[in-house]
Design a protein around this ligand. Structure first.
Ligand SMILES: *Cc1c(COP(=O)(O)O)cnc(C)c1O
Length: 450
């Protein structure tokens, strides 16, 4: 046994100190003993940690605090990237949070028909709202858009061929790739055209008796420009009808309102995508739609009916939390002006730079009053995951000195604040912070930096 190890106190002697005994008021004996063991183990390998004779209470209390912190917890997204997949994509509207609280705190009519007193279907819940908002005849909600794609292709094209343009074989992040997802459905992928140009005839020539569907994948996270051409959904629908094929349009983003007047044009809305005539339109619930993670499948009753009875539908079925939050979010869209204000993603996308500047001005002034090196800087924010990849949103950030240290302190604070480093400064871009979090952000920044 080394000298250092002999110097360390025993677990039972530490349990007997006044400081550690006080921890037992708030923590079980078991967790305090665990925390003592962790602290001693760290002291054994770390020369600088507390020595015998010192008070070990703070070290042990700190281990207890860390252990009590949930693994999944709130962070404040001041990166300026609004839909940030690593940071949980869309924050939910208050109405959606309230619905989760109401529906999921007790029992619900998830699969129960209150009118008849008989068994109901979980698939019934968001259908009429989705139909009303998008013009689709029927709808099915599954766990995410990738699941929607697998389900759609399994139901419509298993052991058959599916045509897709080489310009649309995209990676959607986290190294997940559309071709791999499509392949896992049991359909055989047939690539047509080239990366930059695909024509009607590329599709026509690839059609064989084994072809079941044409897939159109929205380019949601990149643009291609220059010598390019691709085939519109309308034209694909025309070609598909000639040969009795289905058209599956993976829209990805889930835009429900036209945002052209906010400088965000060129993305099709869900309604426009449905009107273009594809057999199925697929989209995410937690991108531009601003709701919970889910995959929304829109289409005719006959096609959606096939998907609903497919075994994958059961494997990909959504939980009541998702349905509660989605229904409340969709209901906000029945009043578009309200949706723009109350759905955080839309509020963050459509707020003005002036408004963001007011907020950064306040925060910067508060920080300067505490002696911190903080200024307001004009920035460009972005939409992030799955939509408007080229959009540049005029924004404003609080710029704080001593980049590396500041970034780390903000990130490791009790409430993590995630900013971005630009040169030797940290930028806290407030366009990606829902306004309801401003006070919490100010508190978290002060606490971490002062
Ligand atoms: C984001 C995206 C997906 C995946 O959606 P998830 O809901 O994350 O599964 C699929 N296709 C496109 C075009 C996308 O943009």
């Amino acid at each position: 046994m080394s000298d250092r190890r002999r110097e360390l106190p025993s677990v039972s002697s530490l349990l007997d100190t006044t400081g550690v005994r006080s921890l037992l008021d708030q923590h079980s004996r078991e967790s305090v003993v665990d925390a003592i063991r962790v602290t001693l183990a760290a002291a054994r390998v770390d020369e600088r940690s507390t020595r015998p004779g010192d008070d070990w209470t703070d070290d042990i209390a700190s281990v207890l605090r860390t252990a009590a912190m949930p693994s999944l917890r709130k962070v404040l997204n001041a990166t300026g990237v609004i839909i940030h997949t690593n940071l949980g994509r869309a924050p939910l509207a208050d109405a959606a949070l309230a619905a989760i609280h109401d529906v999921c705190g007790g029992f619900s009519n998830l699969e129960y028909d209150i009118d008849t007193g008989k068994r109901g279907s979980r698939y019934s819940h968001c259908v009429s709202l989705l139909a009303r908002l998008t013009g689709a005849e029927d709808a099915l909600v599954v766990n995410n858009c990738a699941a929607a794609l697998v389900l759609a292709l399994n139901a419509l094209a298993r052991r058959k061929e599916v045509l897709v343009s080489r310009g649309e074989l995209v990676e959607i992040g986290g190294s997940f790739r559309i071709p791999d997802i499509m392949g896992s459905s049991g359909a055989k992928l047939v690539e047509v055209g080239t990366t930059n140009r695909t024509h009607d005839d590329d599709y026509r020539r690839a059609i064989t008796p084994k072809t079941a569907a044409i897939v159109k994948v929205h380019r949601s996270n990149f643009t291609i420009s220059g010598f390019t051409s691709d085939v519109s959904v309308e034209s694909l629908v025309f070609i598909a009808r000639e040969h009795g094929l289905a058209v599956v349009h993976d829209l990805g983003s889930g835009l429900m309102l036209d945002l052209g007047e906010y400088g965000l044009g060129g993305e099709p809305t869900a309604r426009a995508a449905v009107a273009a005539g594809a057999s199925l339109v697929l989209m995410s619930g937690d991108k531009l739609l601003g709701g919970p993670q889910c995959g929304i499948i829109l289409g005719d009753k006959s096609v959606i009916g096939k998907l609903r009875t497919n075994p994958f539908a059961r494997a990909m079925r959504v939980d009541k939390l998702t349905l509660a939050a989605l229904e409340a979010t969709l209901r906000l869209y029945t009043e578009p002006a309200r949706a723009r204000q109350e759905i955080p993603v839309l509020a963050m996308l459509t707020t003005t730079r002036e408004r963001v500047r007011e907020r950064t001005g306040r925060l910067a002034a508060d920080l300067r009053a505490r002696g911190l090196d903080a200024e307001v800087a004009d920035t460009i924010a972005s939409v992030g995951g799955g939509a408007f990849p080229a959009a540049m949103l005029e924004s404003s950030a609080v710029s704080i000195g001593a980049a590396t240290k500041t970034e780390e302190r903000l990130r490791l604070g009790n409430t993590a604040v995630i900013g971005r480093i630009a040169g030797d400064r940290v930028l806290l871009d407030l366009r990606s912070v829902p306004e309801r979090d401003d006070a919490e952000l100010a508190r978290a920044v002060m606490e971490s930096l002062t």
